[in-house]
Design a protein around this ligand. Structure first.
Ligand SMILES: [Zn+2]
Length: 267
């Protein structure tokens, strides 16, 4: 859950022209070209509502056109694919992880508005979000419930601040994350993508590494030394992934709770 600061979208015009210049059959190309104005108007609607995409409803497209539009994503021309890859690399610069969960590599693309319901946006740069396979699979075709969006959009939404907190036990080597933000968008995002459970798993690994350091590196038995080390790691994680990343939350809790001091006094 982090907003991607760098923006480098591939324009509708570039995408559409690339598709029309591809090796699709003349019948399909003619049919798509005939829809161009309508699709462009839909893209404009998308952009005008980019921070409130719940206001964009599926269009009444004929089944044939829907199939053709969806096929534009599946059989995307290689130059457009390359442009999209390049733009995703640019978005993710310095991040290296899925912006939905901040856990795994962003090696797939999610259609924020699902392509089954919005085939006209299936090849649109604004609607393609680099994400990990786990988040992509969990999100699937979901988008709205009772007229409200279910997922955070890393291009257009901002994280309102702290949304998660963690409880730690060094003695039991356990971490337990929970939501503190009642904002329904972030809460449903975390719930639908199973982020609490995934953070508990990843966080347990981070804590176990910290305990290993405390036990096996004599220099770390000096509290000041250890707190300095925690501080560096905390700031590194916070500046790269934000305050809601599992690593930032664990280091912050250790720094603020005095837990490390207790452990060092009780070898
Ligand atoms: Zn993910």
């Amino acid at each position: 859950m982090i907003k991607l600061r760098k923006k480098n979208f591939v324009s509708f015009k570039k995408s559409f022209d690339s598709i029309c210049a591809s090796g699709k059959s003349p019948t399909v190309i003619n049919s798509l070209a005939g829809q161009r104005n309508e699709i462009e108007a839909r893209v404009l609607k998308y952009l005008n509502n980019r921070r409130a995409l719940e206001n964009v409803f599926p269009a009444a497209l004929s089944p044939d056109i829907s199939v053709e539009l969806k096929s534009c994503y599946d059989g995307m021309p290689s130059d457009l694919k390359f442009q999209l890859e390049l733009s995703h690399k640019y978005f993710l610069r310095g991040l290296h992880v899925c912006p939905y969960c901040l856990i795994s590599e962003a090696d797939t693309k999610d259609h924020y508005l699902p392509k089954e319901d919005f085939p006209e946006f299936s090849f649109l740069s604004y609607n393609l979000i680099p994400c990990c396979a786990n988040c992509n699979r969990r999100k699937g075709r979901q988008f709205l419930k009772d007229g409200r969006r279910l997922f955070f959009n890393p291009y257009f939404d901002s994280v309102p601040g702290r949304i998660l907190d963690v409880e730690l036990s060094l003695a039991r080597e356990t971490v337990s994350f929970h939501l503190v933000e009642k904002d329904s968008l972030l809460a449903s995002h975390v719930e639908k993508l199973n982020i609490i459970e995934r953070y508990n798993d990843k966080g347990a690994g981070v804590l176990s590494e910290i305990i290993y350091l405390l036990n096996d590196y004599p220099s770390m038995r000096d509290e000041e030394e250890f707190v300095n080390h925690m501080d560096v790691e905390y700031n590194k994680s916070k500046s790269r992934y934000g305050i809601n990343h599992y690593t930032s939350l664990i280091y912050e809790k250790l720094l603020l709770s005095g837990l490390v001091g207790q452990v060092l006094q009780d070898p």
